[in-house]
Design a protein around this ligand. Sequence first.
Ligand SMILES: [Fe+2]
Ligand SMILES: [Fe+2]
Length: 178
Amino acid sequence: MKQMGGNEIIHGGYADPSPYPEIKVLGENKLYAEILMDDYAGGVSEFTAINQYLYHYFISNKEAEEVANMWERISITEMHHMEMLAETILLLGGNPIYRGSQNTNCCCWNAGYVYYGCNLCGRLHADLMSEYEAIRNYERHIKEINDPYVQAILARIILDEKVHIEHFNKAIGKYCGW
Ligand SMILES: [Fe+2]
Ligand SMILES: [Fe+2]
């Protein structure tokens, strides 16, 4: 992803315009790597977001073509976040397999984490809530991880999640009547 250049090309306006920080760490720290496993492939995680938004894109119909396009583009942005986390976990001495942290019994990621939903508005609301929860988790992990490089990576991801909140709110306003 890094070599592709131009965030605009990759994310098509569904990410914050500011540059991404270099992926580096102060030093190996398996505890910090473990904390990031929840953001990477836990219940509320980048991997869940990728698959949830992709499903919402697959199932969306022609009447909401712009929402379908939004879901696809946001999913691609979450793939970039997942890649950033995988690289960071590796540098910290962890192994980015698809599981949550020891706090969640290292459970392997499973398709039950995805909110599939029954209609467009239910899906948009669930997606909005998952973005808020992702931000809360990242903010907590920024406090727990005493490494300025990792903190910068998580803070930058939060900026993109805030852009996603704006887009989901806009879509809810347009298609859900409030
Ligand atoms: Fe994300
Ligand atoms: Fe997001």
